[in-house]
Design a protein around this ligand. Structure first.
Ligand code: ATP
Ligand code: MG
Length: 195
């Protein structure tokens, strides 16, 4: 049975991806040679649901879920700014820029999580915490690396970066290649501009 690694996400406009890439390049310069896998600008997005392995036979079901969760909702605006790390800046695994989203975005995320859960995909254990991942800290990071990363994250100020209008939500496949993850769209569902 053919499977693909898949996730559901919202895209960012190129100007915002550029601003995020600018923040990334400043962080890289300030942090120096630490083992962080930085996300290239064109891969930056807001993940709503990571599905993991998806059978190609399930794509129609997932497309229906996406359509169902978007059809009765109107386009919305999200706002980007602020810098941090999960689980915390002193124990950084994921370095992120924050996202402010309206309650409707969380409702869509919850709906998708619930409906995909019903057809067998693992439910999200943590509450939705919208963010844009800039980089992932390697498990090989030394205590010194971790201290450097934490220090910079605590000092650096990232203000408001801009807004994005969300009109569509996409199902992506992710192919992990030697040069990094390559994402391609499998299906897109539009929010309803007539609502
Ligand atoms: P790489 O794993 O090579 O660093 P990546 O993380 O960009 O690349 P994927 O691992 O395929 O690529 O992840 C696709 C999207 O799903 C990303 O937004 C990622 O943050 C998110 N994601 C991946 N794994 C999980 C997980 N276990 N829980 C929640 N979100 C995840
Ligand atoms: Mg990953």
């Amino acid at each position: 049975m053919s499977v693909v690694r898949a996730f559901i996400a919202v895209d960012l406009p190129p100007d915002l991806q550029e601003r995020l890439a600018q923040v990334t390049s400043e962080l890289r310069e300030q942090m120096g040679d630490v083992p962080v896998r930085w996300v290239p600008a064109q891969n930056m997005h807001l993940t709503l649901k990571f599905l993991g392995d998806v059978s190609l036979n399930n794509l129609d079901v997932l497309a229906d879920i996406l359509r169902g969760e978007t059809a009765d909702r109107e386009p919305m605006v999200i706002s980007l700014g602020g810098l941090g790390a999960y689980p915390k800046t002193r124990r950084p695994r994921v370095i992120w820029v924050g996202v402010e989203a309206p309650a409707a975005m969380e409702a869509i995320q919850r709906g998708i999580d619930k409906q995909t859960g019903r057809v067998g995909y693992a439910r999200d254990r943590r509450p939705f915490s919208p963010h844009i991942t800039l980089g992932r800290v390697s498990r090989n990071a030394t205590p010194r690396d971790v201290r450097i990363i934490g220090d910079i994250l605590n000092i650096k100020k990232v203000g408001f970066l801009g807004v994005a209008r969300v009109r569509e939500i996409h199902l992506y496949r992710s192919d992990l290649q030697s040069g990094g993850a390559v994402y391609s769209r499998l299906f897109s569902a539009s929010l309803n501009a007539d609502k």
